[in-house]
Write a new protein. Structure first.
Length: 132
């Protein structure tokens, strides 16, 4: 069994990772951190740089559970997270959520929203403490 974290290199992803790591340790389950990108922009601020991934792996190695960090270029980030959850028999997906305007909710897709609606296991949406 596995806890999957949809990770982005920002405060929202860090909040999700913190909760996901705690939950994986509490449950005694494997932790898989997914930091994927569509690769459709020159700079994807949510994709962690190589140094950040190395630091993340070092930090996760201190946990008392098996961990894995995945970072791939995929056509659909939400679908990729859901696929990882399915293939790893996830018992929980943790995703960070960010505020969006009403127009943003209408016009723009949300990775978190799609994961919440389409997941076959429970999904926990978290936000950083300072997000209000």
């Amino acid at each position: 069994m596995t806890v999957v974290v949809a990770y982005s290199a920002d405060v929202y992803g860090k909040a999700a990772l913190e909760f996901g790591a705690t939950e994986a340790s509490r449950r005694g389950e494997r932790l898989v951190v997914v930091n994927d990108t569509k690769g459709d922009a020159y700079v994807d601020k949510r994709l962690a740089a190589e140094q950040e991934i190395d630091a993340l792996r070092a930090e996760l190695s201190r946990l008392d559970v098996e961990t894995e960090v995945r970072q791939d270029m995929v056509p659909d980030v939400a679908e990729a997270v859901l696929a990882v959850a399915a293939e790893s028999s996830a018992t929980l997906i943790v995703v960070g959520v960010r505020p969006r305007s009403p127009v943003g909710k209408l016009l723009l897709g949300s990775v978190a929203q799609r994961i919440i609606l389409d997941a076959r296991c429970p999904v926990l949406a978290v936000k950083p403490d300072d997000a209000g």
